[in-house]
Design a protein around this ligand. Structure first.
Ligand SMILES: Nc1ncnc2c1ncn2[C@@H]1O[C@H](COP(=O)(O)OP(=O)(O)O)[C@@H](O)[C@H]1O
Ligand SMILES: [Mg+2]
Length: 301
């Protein structure tokens, strides 16, 4: 297969791990920087990458950073329309990256998520605080990543100040109940296709409630319960992210889905669990490409 990895850094662990898995399984692989992909719409569709014409791609693995979600989605869509199979479709990336859309879609399908309010007026804050169970509560940027923009708020004065500054800088945010009983622990399930291929428990650093590894959290391999695996695969399926890092927290009313990451980092979880996740991703793409070829062969006959 001809595989393209969209990545801004060929040296990054996740990209390297995917490149090695491609070679191990006998595929050709190219790394394209999505911020250098010109999208050509015309009688001939192609992608111009720094002067190279890219026309034939069987499979795509987008690794898109949060600051360039829309630019990345445009490139993914172009490759999709050129016939490539992808680990995350453009629309799925946009859905997963917007925490409000993601929570709306998951909750509408009956999946358990933290109670969340998206409000516009500072006047409504007292009602929201009451409905969310009082202090502390969480304010979260709709497009936060690596835990940046996730704030635990202890009182109304602090909440007003944060909400006013987010509004002034036009950064959409959510208010969310604080899941105190999670004690800074969450569970990252790595979903590939319809399966959880690896999982880790992440514990926040001392004095921190956010369990992100980027913020000093530590990971440990863990076996998820069947119902947790089911929740994770269902969440990825609802958002349409075929490869996803689904985060769960344990609350007093059972497991809740915190978010679905569309470009999950592989470094921490591959090292902690010793699972060849990159290999599982390439294997899944091989199946998708095979199915697609089979369908188009049947149509042609
Ligand atoms: N409502 C909440 N209650 C308790 N902890 C939370 C809550 N929301 C987020 N956290 C903690 O903060 C971390 C980061 O939040 P998350 O919503 O995943 O944002 P990001 O996309 O920035 O990682 C979570 O992994 C979890 O440990
Ligand atoms: Mg997260």
């Amino acid at each position: 297969m001809q595989i393209v990895i969209l990545s801004r850094g060929a040296y990054l662990y996740s990209t390297q791990s995917l490149i090695n898995a491609c070679y191990r399984r006998g595929h050709r692989v190219r790394i394209l920087d999505h911020m250098h992909c010109d999208l050509i719409i015309g009688p001939k569709w192609y992608v111009n990458h720094l002067g190279d014409e890219i026309t034939q791609v069987d499979a795509l693995i987008p690794r898109i950073g949060a600051s360039v979600t829309r630019e990345g989605a445009a490139v993914i869509r172009h490759f999709e329309l050129m016939g490539a199979c992808t680990t995350v479709r453009a629309d799925a990336l946009l859905r997963a990256r917007d925490k409000l859309i993601a929570l709306q879609l998951l909750a509408a399908q009956g999946l358990p998520v933290p109670r969340t309010w998206a409000i516009h007026s500072v006047d409504q804050l007292p009602f929201a605080v009451k409905a969310l169970g009082g202090w502390p509560l969480i304010v979260k940027l709709i497009e936060s990543t690596h835990g940046l923009g996730v704030i635990r708020v202890e009182n109304m004065q602090m909440l007003r100040a944060i909400v006013e500054s987010f509004r002034a800088t036009a950064q959409p945010f959510l208010l969310q109940e604080y899941i105190e009983e999670a004690h800074g622990t969450d569970y990252r399930a790595l979903v590939v296709g319809q399966q959880v291929v690896a999982a880790m428990r992440r514990q926040a650093a001392l004095g921190e409630f956010r369990s992100n590894l980027h913020l000093g959290g530590t990971g440990h391999s863990v076996a998820l319960k069947p119902e947790e695996k089911k929740l994770a695969t269902r969440a990825a399926q609802i958002l349409g992210t075929s490869v996803a890092g689904v985060d769960l927290v344990h609350s007093n009313r059972g497991p809740l889905i915190m978010e679905v990451n569309a470009s999950p980092g592989l470094e921490g979880i591959e090292q902690v669990t010793q699972v060849d996740i990159a290999g599982a991703i390439i294997h899944w793409l091989e199946e998708q490409v095979r199915k697609k070829r089979h369908t188009s062969d049947n149509r042609a006959t």
